[in-house]
Design a protein around this ligand. Structure first.
Ligand SMILES: [Zn+2]
Length: 663
């Protein structure tokens, strides 16, 4: 990150003068500051903003900056006093569950069972709250499951208000520094997940800025050469921003490691990704410790990241460097997953980095976005590049059949999952199937055990109904909790909160165990596997992609004896385990697009790109997909790719440079 502090003052002064002339006088503007990617206007009276919802949007368009109006500290009532007033305005009927004040933003989060009532007709109650307390109300529905992670993250920000404000100012001045160079090239370099799957990372460079897109770990290997993205020749101080598409470890797992080595810039994510990312990173540390590996970063590095994390909505245009704007769009892969649209220079070049995406509706999410304002280049995932998947309905039928057959024999069904995404998709299906008696146990309803982070990840899903599929959102808004039922049991190491102890699960009546990790690279799923593997009554069912080299992949390929470390009396020794349980793989649940869906997405993509860069796939899949994409070239159909489209299939460390003449 380069700073030009002197000049930036002048830039801010220009913007501030323009804003003062455009904003209505009754706001009573006290000061204007750059805070992170936003220009924050402090005002004594926010009512005009509530009365004219388009006002700020229109002004933002004129000055081409993201503008947020916050109440001036001076007009804010003391928290205890403000709380009293808010409770009075809401009355008993408002059903306020909790009030959380966030001094760094001037917001008060009102957690309620009746969000509509708190808002009131035409925002009537919100206006009263802001006028009488000086705090900006943010209304949140009381989620049907409580997430410990979300609670902790909110209190982290409250405890670190001063630090957060300093970070906002520092990052703000860097983002809005004056442009030193006129752009004349855009370069992307693959740091990880090019001709492979895992450790996703891309460097995007212009003459002015450097941005990292995803920074993941390769969980199928812990050798440093294979586990980390290829980061050796990059100066950490020169990075302006890190953009994370979604909260899977292979996309976000090593972001705190950047902070450990001195990165102090911002990370951009969607709101749900922030919470899920912290959850999976904490788990990554814990699993490493339990398995006797030295974690590459610690909780304090996660906190350092959190202090500099900016969470965004889909469709929100944000300056992340003097010459780069970022907008996230739905990717349909997991909760909060995003495609990153990067607008470089003044219309010089537009890149869509898809991250992982699903171009089909699932129980959990609506399908990925295809409409962008401009696109010159697409960097597209190719996980299932040459492979189609059976229809979802068939996959569901197959899974239910395996579950029933195993239960008839009196066996357990182990479903290893990534905690975020497949776990909830499969859970929703199984809950519905049990409720509709499509799955029957010998003694009534079959128990589903959720172990590892699955329960907590599910609670985070329940907190973001607006980010889920339309049908699921409606169910949650009706007050239903589709993620929970009597027969769903939380497994924990201590059972103070009413769950089941892990060692008791296998002593209970047979049921379904949904547990991490998805590729059996660690976590409780491996512990269950060790105990269940020798008995042919039991089944293991893979529902997601198994990377080469993982235990999951080996089992899928038919290995019948595995060597695994076990901990006995505090000492680790390796034992040999005969795999007699049935190994199934049900295709069709993937959160990734199948070959057909990848192609359909490209056909529907608007506008059409001039470059298609394929990544996130094994070499054979990438080469196969490149051939198929090549056949999409034609000139007489708007679903085609342009005749001169360039298809790139780079290796790790390869760079592709786009210069003005090229574009
Ligand atoms: Zn993913």
């Amino acid at each position: 990150m380069k700073g030009n502090e002197g000049n930036h003052e002048r830039v801010l002064e220009d913007v501030a003068a323009k804003l003062r002339s455009l904003l209505p006088k009754e706001l009573g503007v006290t000061r204007i500051a750059y805070e992170g990617p936003e220009v924050v206007v402090y005002a004594r009276n926010l009512i005009p903003i509530y009365e004219k919802p388009d006002l700020i949007r229109n002004i933002a368009r004129t000055v081409r900056k993201k503008i947020v109006v916050k109440p001036d500290e001076q007009v804010r009532k003391k928290e205890s006093e403000a709380a009293k007033i808010i409770r009075q305005i809401a009355g008993e009927e408002g059903e306020i569950v909790n009030l959380e004040f966030e001094p760094s933003t001037g917001e008060v989060i009102i957690v309620t069972n009746k969000p509509g009532y708190i808002v009131g007709k035409g925002g009537r109650r919100l206006k009263r709250i802001i006028a009488e307390t000086g705090w900006k109300p943010v209304v949140m529905r009381n989620p049907p499951l409580q997430s410990a992670t979300i609670t902790q993250i909110r209190s982290f920000y409250r405890e670190n208000t001063k630090k957060r404000i300093n970070v906002l100012l520092e990052i703000g001045s860097r983002i809005h520094r004056p442009l030193l160079f006129k752009n004349n090239y855009v370069r992307i370099t693959g740091l990880g997940a090019f001709r492979e799957v895992g450790r996703s990372a891309i460097l995007l460079e212009t003459k002015e800025s450097k941005v990292i897109l995803d920074f993941g770990a390769n969980v199928s290997s812990y050798e440093p050469q294979k586990h980390f993205p290829k980061f050796e020749n990059i100066d950490i101080d020169e990075i302006d921003a890190v953009v994370i598409t979604h909260a899977h470890l292979d996309h976000c797992g090593l972001v705190p490691w950047l902070y450990k080595y001195g990165y102090r810039g911002p990370v951009y994510v969607t709101h749900p990704t922030r919470d899920l990312m912290v959850l999976v990173q904490r788990d990554y540390i814990e699993v490493a410790r339990k398995e006797g590996r030295f974690p590459p970063y610690s909780e304090s590095d996660i906190n350092s990241m959190l202090l500099r994390t900016f969470s965004l909505n889909y469709g929100e245009v944000t300056d992340i460097a003097p010459d780069i704007k970022l907008t996230f769009h739905n990717a349909g892969h997991i909760l909060g997953s995003a495609m990153a649209h990067l607008h470089v220079g003044e219309g010089l070049f537009n890149i869509v980095y898809t991250g992982d995406f699903k171009y089909a509706n699932t129980r959990l999410l609506d399908k990925a976005n295809t409409q962008f304002p401009r696109v010159e280049a697409v960097i597209m995932e190719s996980t299932y590049g040459t492979q189609d998947q059976p229809p979802r309905a068939l996959a569901e039928k197959n899974l239910i059949e395996i579950v029933n057959k195993t239960l008839e024999k009196g066996g357990f069904i182990l479903i290893p999952v990534l905690a975020v995404g497949r776990a909830q998709e499969v859970l929703l299906l199984l809950i519905d199937a049990i409720k509709n008696k499509l799955i029957r146990g010998k003694e009534g309803e079959v128990p589903i055990y959720l172990d590892g982070m699955v329960y907590e990840a599910t609670a985070i899903h329940a907190a973001y109904p607006e980010w889920l599929s339309r049908s699921l959102k409606e169910r949650i808004l009706r007050g239903e909790n589709p993620f929970l039922a009597e027969f769903v049991k939380k497994v924990e190491s201590d059972i103070t909160s009413g769950g089941v102890k892990r060692e008791d699960v296998l002593k209970s009546e047979p049921g379904i165990i949904i547990s991490t990790s998805g590729m059996l690279t660690g976590g409780p799923a491996v512990e269950y596997f060790k105990k269940l593997a020798p008995d042919p009554k039991n089944s293991i069912v893979f529902v997601s992609y198994q990377a080469s080299g993982t235990l999951g992949r080996k089992l899928k390929e038919g290995i019948n004896r595995v060597e695994l470390p076990v901990l006995e009396d505090g000492k680790q020794r390796v034992v040999s385990i005969d795999v007699k349980m049935h190994v199934f793989s049900v295709e069709g649940f993937s959160g990734h697009s199948s070959r057909t869906e990848l192609i359909e997405w490209l056909r529907h993509l608007t506008p059409k790109p001039k470059h298609v860069i394929l990544n996130h796939g094994e070499s054979s899949r990438i080469d196969g997909l490149a051939k198929i994409v090549g056949k999409l070239r034609c000139s007489n159909d708007r679903m085609c790719l342009p005749k001169n489209v360039k298809i790139h299939t780079p290796n790790i460390r390869d760079s592709i440079t786009f210069v003005e003449e090229d574009i």
